[in-house]
Design a protein around this ligand. Structure first.
Ligand SMILES: Cc1cc2nc3c(=O)[nH]c(=O)nc-3n(C[C@H](O)[C@H](O)[C@H](O)COP(=O)(O)O)c2cc1C
Length: 209
């Protein structure tokens, strides 16, 4: 088991071809290289996700909706880094990704179960590079901001060519960069936490002895 858990959430509505999945996987391969890293990709296309009903139960307890989000919440809470991947659907995130984002409110206001301080990165894949990709990237970034996470950046890929995003050299290059950035941030953050723990421990010891 690794020290760091990195999960990818793929918001495409189809299983094949897997352009968004491909770039998310590439980010995770770079970020998750090494024994101390553990990665997992969750594809929303094969999950049953209901809309948020705006009941506000999550202001003081868990989300009462009984669907596949129940198995995704613990994975989000356990993760050290979360990579959100969405195709561009009419200049924005996919409906599935938006439903996931809305349902994430269930881990927004709880003191004991939230995403604060985790690392976040985005993956966006559009048919072309200039038809809503940056707006979609902003929508993913808003998720990280709302949850008070540390933002590592977003890679924009484009699938409108033979072979799809697998032949987008720019997208693939940025995926590697984002993957490295996640890894660096994870290590830096862990060191800060270790340092903090050491100080706390030292203080406790100085009081005892
Ligand atoms: C409903 C729908 C709307 C789309 N709208 C856009 C768009 O506004 N801009 C764009 O660049 N691509 C658009 N596309 C193309 C997808 O973003 C593109 O095919 C992407 O690679 C799909 O990712 P996937 O292969 O992971 O499913 C749209 C596709 C669908 C199905």
């Amino acid at each position: 088991m690794g020290n760091f858990k990195i999960i990818g959430i793929v918001g495409s509505h189809r299983v094949e071809p897997r352009n968004t999945y491909y770039l998310v996987e590439r980010v995770l391969k770079v970020a998750g290289k090494g024994n101390e890293f553990e990665t997992e990709i969750i594809t929303l296309a094969d999950k049953k996700l209901n809309y948020c009903t705006s009941c506000f139960e999550c202001n003081h307890g868990p989300c009462p909706i009984n669907d596949d989000m129940s198995e995704i919440y613990p994975k989000l809470l356990e993760a050290d880094a979360i990579v959100l991947g969405s195709p561009v659907y009419i200049y924005n995130v996919s409906g599935r990704m938006k439903t996931f984002i809305d349902r994430s409110r269930a881990v927004l206001f709880r003191k004991d179960a939230n995403l604060k301080g985790k690392i976040g990165a985005g993956v966006v894949v559009g048919f072309v590079r200039n038809a809503g990709a940056e707006i979609t990237a902003q929508a993913l970034r808003n998720f990280f901001e709302v949850h008070q996470m540390f933002y590592a950046g977003t890679v924009i890929g484009n699938s409108g060519r033979k072979g799809g995003v697998t032949n987008d050299d720019t997208g693939k290059m940025f995926a590697i960069q984002i993957g490295k950035r996640i890894k660096e941030l994870l290590i830096q953050l862990k060191n800060v936490q270790l340092e903090y723990d050491k100080e706390t421990v030292d203080k406790i010891h100085s009081k005892i002895y």
